[in-house]
Design a protein around this ligand. Structure first.
Ligand SMILES: *Cc1c(COP(=O)(O)O)cnc(C)c1O
Length: 438
């Protein structure tokens, strides 16, 4: 099935042909030259779509999402107001309800799509500041760096709690801060960006009642694994506990098969909607119904993003796709445990695997990881990985036999987020082992 043909057919069926204007016609020769250069330059990208790319959290959207996005793009709906995107606004409301159900949030959950996880987290922290003025936001040393940066943007005191050697936020340290009464909001991560580690969300949410703090879950990367919470494949407890948090962020442009420009923020209490109230002469709200621009910090937003996510969730099941990634990480971890060339850094909790070329000193591991990364990309049959810096304490705790002659070490990291990775695990292992033992 050619999904792009469908997009073209749909657009033709919606639209009356419009008169064209010569000013909009590119000069043919100029266009050809520019197009040629464009194609050539784009061709230099890494092969994110292929299982040989096992590096960062990157992959193209599903063709179903591309079809919906492409078709909707011809309308270029703007989900700021119903006037700008009546059809896509309704789709956004439906996908937000779908995400709320995934997290066990109530039917009247307030939420919307955002252009990214960064903006979604910014909104969560902004609401946190409005509801607990003058109080601090605590996040872990394992959290995404956006939290400290957004605290600075918001003028909120951000406190970094240490991470334990497992890479989880140290909730004893967080609790001690809460007990002092300075904390308004605790941020925990359900699936860290570096290693896919799950914070103890279930314990964090008990701080709400105990200390009157808000709990925000950053599940930008890990959120969709909530679909596997009861599968027995992963630790479902942190995902089930999200239902008791105040807010949660998830990025459909990470594990939801979407193009970039699709994050989401959900608030369990719809009452926070009052914080978004504004009175602007520019808005073109023509109905009394809720416009998404009234509950969002961003104004213009791509209606196409809502359309693409809506069609994706209607047409595909994400759980089998996510499961394949988890199994791939486990299978590769198993191969590494039996390998002389590679050493496992951490047991994978989701679909992120961390490992390194077996060496006896931290400095050698660091150099060899970098070398494998570079060599992998220039091989005839290349493999693309990423590296992750592990701090001194976490590295020492995980690898007591390694001589710590440096301040931590870079290790190799593979996000196995394409289901095609699963059948390619033996190939990936063989390839990376061969390069690592040179
Ligand atoms: C990716 C990520 C972010 C940032 O989201 P963007 O969509 O890249 O802006 C924040 N937190 C976590 C845990 C992430 O994985």
């Amino acid at each position: 099935m050619d999904f792009l043909d469908r997009a073209r057919d749909a657009v033709t069926s919606w639209r009356e042909p419009a008169p064209s204007h010569p000013a909009l016609q590119p000069d043919a020769a100029r266009f050809e030259a520019a197009w040629g250069e464009f194609v050539e330059r784009m061709g230099t990208s890494y092969p994110f779509h292929h299982p040989r790319y096992a590096g960062q959290m990157l992959k193209p959207p599903h063709p179903v999402a591309i079809a919906a996005y492409t078709a909707a793009l011809h309308v270029n709906a703007n989900n700021h107001a119903l006037d700008g995107g009546p059809a896509t606004s309704a789709m956004e409301v439906e996908v937000v309800a779908w995400l709320a159900r995934m997290f066990g949030f109530p039917d009247d959950t307030l939420g919307h799509l955002t252009s990214s996880g960064t903006i979604a987290n910014l909104e969560a922290l902004w609401v946190a500041r409005e509801l607990h003025p003058g109080k601090a936001v605590v996040y872990g040393a394992n959290a995404h760096y956006t939290h400290s940066r957004m605290c600075a943007v918001l003028g909120v005191t951000g406190l970094e709690a240490p991470a334990d050697v497992q890479g989880r936020i140290d909730l004893d340290a967080v609790e001690a801060l809460c007990r002092e009464g300075r904390v308004g909001t605790v941020v925990v991560t359900a699936g860290t960006t570096g290693t896919g580690t799950l914070d103890d969300v279930a314990r964090a949410v008990t701080f709400r009642e105990q200390y009157g703090v808000r709990v925000h879950v950053d599940a930008a990367y890990g959120g969709f694994f909530a679909l596997l919470a009861d599968s027995g494949l992963i630790d479902g407890e942190p995902f089930r506990a999200i239902a008791r948090a105040d807010s949660v962020v998830v990025d459909p442009h990470k594990h939801g098969l979407q193009p970039y420009g699709c994050g989401a923020i959900l608030f369990r209490d719809p009452g926070v909607g009052r914080l978004y109230k504004h009175d602007s002469p520019y808005t073109y709200f023509t109905s009394a119904e809720l416009h998404l621009g009234e509950i969002s910090l961003e104004c213009s937003r791509a209606g196409a993003a809502a359309a693409a996510l809506w069609l994706t969730l209607r047409s595909l099941d994400l759980a089998p796709i996510l499961s394949a990634g988890v199994r791939a990480a486990r299978a590769w971890a198993e191969l590494i445990r039996g390998s002389d060339a590679l050493t496992l850094h951490r047991e994978p909790e989701l679909d992120i695997l961390t490992y390194f070329p077996t060496r006896s000193r931290a400095s050698e591991i660091d150099a060899a990881s970098e070398q494998v990364l570079q060599a992998g990309m220039t091989e005839e049959d290349p493999v693309f990985l990423s590296t992750l810096r592990i701090g001194r304490d976490a590295f020492a705790a995980a690898h007591p036999d390694v001589e710590l002659d440096a301040d931590g070490a870079r290790v190799l990291r593979s996000v196995l987020m394409k289901p095609e990775h699963e059948p390619h695990v033996p190939w990936l292992h063989e390839r990376v082992s061969r390069i690592a033992s040179r």
